[in-house]
Design a protein around this ligand. Structure first.
Ligand SMILES: Nc1ncnc2c1ncn2[C@@H]1O[C@H](COP(=O)(O)OP(=O)(O)OP(=O)(O)O)[C@@H](O)[C@H]1O
Ligand SMILES: [Mg+2]
Length: 369
């Protein structure tokens, strides 16, 4: 593929609109009123725990599953009743599903030959697709003679060679070892940017979604919990599930109280009181949530700092993680995790030491489940 072909493909990028999807297997509802809008050219992730419905939703977009209600639009066209091969959608399956008896070249050519593309054209496009994923030199090998990462690239080449408008990737990196996974996710991002293809990437690994995707939909039990950029989801989760799924969170139960004319949140177990936001009151049954880096450990006698509220506690555990030290501080019966950046030569705080914990008031969230 030359530069002009890439530009042409980018111009063709199609948005995806998922509207009111309900899907059940027998009596089990697997997708519940799913609505999503994915922009043309966007790198989008479905993120959620095992069994939450990610693959089911992806297969629905590709045309391998049928919903009981709702529709799917690709590039503004309702494809709900079209078979997979008429949807302009390419899917890379988790298992890659390469033909073991065919060479790399034949695997990539297969889809074009099935579509009746002329032989010279097939050859040209297969070469270009293999070049794109850096496998031109391995075209005559069989899949069994390739590493996991190379097989994954063949699966990608085989999908992009038919020039779909949408690329669907179901946990494409999960078969690779940790180091290769990091390398491949960067390559995948480069490829996606080069082709400008609307891409949906399914994963249950939040780091993977955070590092390569423009926006993420977090799913749980077939329900979309929140859609946003990685940073929006991390900084402003709408509920406790999202807060806990994206990174480490301190989640503390407690109750609303009045104290000295001010409304406060009293942490359960005698953990102390923290101020509530002035404007909006927390939802019913809300818990306090903050990230381990939104608190500081200071000497018990340190003067108060503006914008921070103080709790008194005791160090009960610590883990040296290299760049940071993660402390567990007990405040009443409650425990919280606090991350402190490590400086060379700085000793760890002793277990049992009395400390003050200063919480950044503007970073405190009150969330319901
Ligand atoms: N063909 C099927 N028949 C009945 N139930 C199914 C079928 N396929 C999936 N399910 C159920 O639907 C739910 C969603 O499955 P799905 O494969 O979409 O999950 P997932 O989010 O992709 O999980 P994972 O991260 O483990 O791949 C699960 O509870 C699963 O057991
Ligand atoms: Mg799956």
């Amino acid at each position: 593929m030359n530069v002009h072909a890439h530009a042409a493909q980018r111009a063709q990028a199609a948005g995806i609109s998922i509207q009111g999807i309900d899907l059940s297997y027998g009596a089990t509802r697997v997708l519940k009123s799913v609505d999503l809008e994915i922009e043309p050219g966007e790198f989008f992730a479905f993120l959620g725990p095992s069994g939450c419905g990610k693959t089911t939703l992806l297969r629905l977009i590709a045309g391998f599953n049928v919903a009981q209600a709702g529709k799917v639009l690709v590039g503004g066209r309702d494809v709900s009743t079209l078979p997979p091969w008429k949807r302009d959608v390419g899917m890379v399956f988790q298992s890659y599903a390469l033909w073991p008896h065919m060479s790399v070249r034949r695997n990539v050519a297969f889809g074009l030959e099935e579509r009746g593309v002329r032989r010279a054209e097939v050859e040209r496009r297969v070469e270009a697709a293999l070049e794109l994923v850096g496998l031109g030199h391995l075209a005559d090998r069989k899949p069994s003679q390739l590493s996991g990462g190379q097989q994954q690239r063949v699966a990608l080449a085989r999908t992009v060679v038919v020039e779909p408008k949408v690329l669907l990737l179901d946990e494409p990196l999960s078969n690779l070892d940790a180091k290769l996974r990091v390398q491949m996710r960067r390559e995948l991002l480069d490829l996606q940017r080069k082709l400008g293809l609307t891409t949906i990437f399914v994963t249950h690994d939040q780091e993977e979604a955070n590092t390569i995707c423009d926006r993420i939909a977090v799913l749980n039990e077939g329900v979309v919990q929140q859609v946003g950029t990685p940073m929006e989801l991390y900084d402003r989760p709408v509920n406790l599930f999202v807060a806990g799924f994206l990174g480490t969170a301190n989640i503390l139960p407690g109750e609303l109280k009045s104290s000295g004319g001010e409304r406060v949140f009293a942490i359960a177990g005698g953990g102390g009181e923290v101020p509530l936001p002035r404007r909006e009151l927390p939802p019913m049954g809300a818990k306090l949530m903050f990230r381990p880096q939104n608190a500081a450990i200071v000497p018990a006698s340190a003067p108060a700092t503006a914008g921070r509220t103080r709790l008194m506690g005791r160090v009960s555990h610590c883990e040296f993680l290299g760049g940071t030290v993660r402390y567990v501080v007990k405040i009443g019966a409650a425990e919280m995790l606090i991350d402190v950046a490590h400086q060379a030569g700085e000793p760890l705080l002793d277990h049992g030491r009395d400390v003050a914990v200063d919480l950044a008031v503007d970073k405190l969230c009150y969330l319901a489940s």
